[in-house]
Write a protein that binds this ligand. Structure first.
Ligand code: 13P
Length: 257
């Protein structure tokens, strides 16, 4: 049984004050919603205030990046030692980081290992570009990204890793993958690659999310797909009412409780 996840990736949005307003708005309405892991990935600076605001709830927090060294002369970076005081998860290898900030399969792999070494759950992002999609290269490219990200990761460590399939052409465009396609790539490419590497049992236990223009209208159909274990949501996760709906739908469709 894979507990679903509804993770908001706020990207570079919300000041601390706005983040706290959001926490106040969602805490009550989602207090009794179980059977879904509720995760907010805010800016680094909002994590500590949010940790306070969500104290005593079952919300989890995540960073949107992480560095692989623990400390030292790495101006501007944030270490896993610092993050583990304020959050439980870390998005790693988001396509925007790969595209604008020089993230590579190698840095993604190092960051995953650093996160795991400090008890943080990586949410590892993979996904193809529009050009790759149109050229029929999706399966090959996404499979390669998954294998590169997991290089040197043990079967035991897989229990602490979440993968997010986010086709780049679907991010922020309003054009989500069809539920069928999301399910097919997640099942037949991402989960299949994990199965090849670690066997069917591990693959069957790994949680794999879909991301890319998830909203309150398409979430139900996406969550109904057997291989889709939740969402990694940008734009719609910024609005408290929308996030409440997304989490409730994930719990309702997938949750055991
Ligand atoms: P949108 O939901 O805004 O398309 O963003 C998806 C995303 O990149 C989440 O990480």
């Amino acid at each position: 049984m894979r507990t679903p996840i509804m993770a908001g990736n706020w990207k570079m949005n919300k000041t601390i004050v706005e983040a706290l307003d959001f926490a106040k708005a969602v805490k009550g309405p989602l207090a009794s919603v179980k059977g879904v892991e509720k995760v907010i990935c805010s800016s680094f600076v909002a994590l500590a205030p949010l940790a306070d605001a969500f104290k005593g709830t079952d919300f989890k927090l995540g960073s949107q990046d992480i560095y692989w060294e623990e400390q030292g002369a790495f101006t501007g970076e944030v270490s896993p030692l610092m993050l583990k005081e304020v959050c439980q998860m870390a998005i790693i290898g988001h396509s925007e980081r790969r595209q604008y900030f020089g993230e590579t399969d190698e840095t993604v792999n190092k960051k995953i290992k650093a996160a795991l070494a400090h008890g943080l759950t990586p949410i590892v992002c993979v996904g193809e570009s529009l050009e790759q999609n149109q050229a029929g290269e999706t399966e090959q490219f996404v499979g390669k990204q998954v294998r590169a990200a997991l290089d040197g990761i043990t079967a035991g460590q897989m229990a602490d890793i979440v993968i997010a399939y986010e086709p780049i052409w679907a991010i922020g465009t309003g054009l989500a993958a069809t539920a069928d396609d999301a399910n097919r790539i997640i099942g037949q490419v991402v989960r299949a690659a994990i199965s090849e590497l670690y066997g069917g049992t591990v693959a069957g236990q790994t949680r794999i999310l879909y991301g890319g223009s998830v909203n309150t209208k398409n979430v139900e159909e996406l969550m109904q797909q057997p291989d889709v274990d939740g969402g990694l949501v940008g734009g719609a996760s910024l609005k408290p009412d929308d996030y409440i709906t997304l989490a409730k739908v994930a719990a309702g469709v997938k949750g055991s409780a």
